[in-house]
Design a protein around this ligand. Structure first.
Ligand code: UD1
Length: 376
């Protein structure tokens, strides 16, 4: 850490939905050890079920948030509006030097707009990623957040290139690596010290030699009958040869029921898992099939083969490193791609080809830069 700093900096770390919690955890840890930074955690309440929220705070060793805004679910406008109204109230009562937003969920965009209109500086962690797919709510969130925030903390070179193309000030773009990977390494270490039998999914893993780990939640995959039917049919076929462990997101659960889809008995359906339970399963999977952004990156960092059930990715470095492949959501394409990974002798790509600066130290770099940038 940089010892020449003299300024005390107050930051608010904003998190609202499941993929945010692992991104604020490393920043929180570094801030706690710093003499120069005071950090507070704000939970917007976009996700609120124990399995989608509190279990992550427990696993990630995060304290109770300083404020919980109770936004909850709703249409995009309802949810965004509720977050903005509550966050404005909070920031009016307490103005930090920096608001830190992470990722691309509705909370990220909502809190950025509020903060900027109140004249508070905003730093975006995971800035610059672009899928060029405006049908994704996350792409809109990413673009609007980056349009007005003050500092861009970037995970991969494509993010830097995108921001420069959009005319952002190069002095405000910081390629720092990835806090999600900081968290992954930290949690892998913690997992080694935990008795496996204490994990609720230990029994599931023990009875499987070889398995696929699957997750699914994107509206483009679960909200239309055609897409979800194709994916579930592909899962049912693949599961005849190798079991699929499938923790089911609430959005996917609702849609599977709404479309009356049947899952094969060889698919082991689980409720949404906490961070550790999930990591414990996917890290040793023969293959991960997912539409998550984070899992594409985490599998890349430790060399687990991943098939991404999307037609595009805002994280092209994961394709360049060779572990991740885009396969879309059509049944035949998924079957062909899974067969290619699972065929005898295909094996894992090795050695693990890790993207630049994915070294577990991104949060330190972020805190150093913000401390140097100083308070108001
Ligand atoms: C949100 C994010 C997405 C992220 C995902 C991870 C946006 C636009 N989307 O999508 O980028 O990848 O989180 O999960 O911000 N629900 C519950 N319990 C909860 C939360 C939600 O049952 O704790 C149900 C609700 O019925 C809700 C539905 O899940 O309507 C979807 O939740 P929502 O927050 O709207 O979007 P996600 O699909 O989770």
């Amino acid at each position: 850490m940089n010892d020449t700093r003299t300024t005390n900096v107050e930051m608010m770390l904003v998190a609202g939905a499941r993929p945010n919690f692992m991104k604020i955890a490393p920043i929180w840890r570094v801030a706690c050890q710093s003499r120069n930074i005071a950090a507070r955690i704000i939970h917007t309440g976009q996700h609120y079920d124990y399995a989608m929220s509190q279990s992550f705070f427990d696993d990630l060793e995060l304290p109770t948030p300083d404020a919980f805004l109770e936004a909850g679910s709703g249409s995009h406008a309802e949810q965004t509006g509720k977050i903005m109204t509550a966050f404005e109230q909070l920031c009016t009562n307490h103005q930090p030097d920096w608001i830190i937003v992470v990722g691309d969920v509705n909370s990220t965009m909502a809190c950025t707009i509020v903060a900027k209109k109140l004249g508070i500086r905003v730093a975006h962690v995971e800035a610059g990623l672009r899928s060029r797919d405006m049908a994704m709510p996350e792409e809109i969130n990413r673009m609007l957040t980056d349009a007005i925030c003050d500092r861009f903390f970037v995970t991969e070179q494509s993010g830097v290139d995108n921001l420069l193309q959009e005319g952002k000030n190069p002095d405000h773009i910081h390629f720092v690596g990835h806090v999600m990977i900081d968290n992954l390494f930290h949690q892998l270490e913690r997992l080694e010290t935990i008795e496996a039998s204490r994990l609720s999914v230990h029994g599931v893993k023990r009875r499987l030699d070889r398995y696929i780990f699957a997750t699914l939640h994107r509206p483009a995959n679960v909200d239309t009958r055609e897409a979800l039917t194709g994916i579930i049919q592909a899962f049912n076929t693949i599961a005849r040869d190798i079991p699929i462990v499938f923790p089911v997101h609430p959005r996917a659960q609702k849609q599977i029921a709404a479309f009356g889809l049947e899952l094969s008995a060889h698919i082991i359906q689980l409720p949404p898992l906490g961070f550790r339970e999930s990591l414990y399963l996917w890290k040793d999977a023969a293959l991960v099939m997912t539409d998550s952004g984070g899992l594409q990156e985490e599998t890349t960092a430790i060399g687990v083969p991943c098939l991404t059930l999307r037609f595009n990715t805002e994280r092209p470095i994961t394709l360049e490193m060779g572990t991740n492949k885009l396969v879309g959501n059509r049944k035949e394409d998924i079957l062909r791609a899974a067969a290619a990974v699972l065929e005898p002798g295909a094996g894992n790509p090795s050695p693990v080809n890790r993207p630049p600066l994915w070294d577990g130290r991104a949060a330190e770099r972020i805190c150093d830069i913000l401390a140097d940038a100083g308070g108001a």
